[in-house]
Design a protein around this ligand. Structure first.
Ligand code: HEC
Length: 104
């Protein structure tokens, strides 16, 4: 009987943590760059690093906005405002910008 009780608790706890983890790391709306996304302004490495930096630094205070939610002009303004909220270097901010604007 005692074991069954422990089993129920551990299943409940793992479901709980799984659901938390899932919602806080929901990156499904964030495209994964491939060679097809490379432009004259953004290399594949820029786009891939930009995605990682974006996920790790820009979802701390709010959810991760989809790159497609804003135009490149809008993103440039938004990133200008948001950069100061992070400890990213200028070159890292540039990579985040390249990622969310799809190198445009
Ligand atoms: C310290 C907290 C914090 C961090 C870190 C942060 N933001 Fe924000 N962000 C905010 C707040 C607060 C708002 C809403 C108020 C505002 O628009 O200033 C916001 C709003 C936004 C919006 C919506 C703007 C709009 O006009 O609808 C976008 C997009 C955004 N942030 C992107 C980013 C990106 C990209 C990064 C990483 C470079 C980032 N944020 C990091 C606090 C943060």
């Amino acid at each position: 009987m005692k074991y069954r009780y422990l089993l129920v608790i551990s299943v409940t706890l793992s479901l709980f943590f799984y659901s938390c983890k899932k919602s806080s790391t929901d990156t499904s709306s964030l495209y994964t760059p491939t060679s097809a996304d490379v432009t004259s302004k953004a290399s594949l490495v820029d786009l891939q690093q930009g995605r990682t930096l974006y996920i790790n630094n820009c979802g701390r205070c709010h959810g991760l906005y989809s790159p497609d939610s804003y135009t490149s002009t809008q993103w440039t303004g938004i990133i200008n405002n948001m950069a100061g909220n992070t400890s990213l270097s200028a070159s890292e901010i540039l990579q985040v910008t390249k990622y969310v604007t799809r190198g445009k």
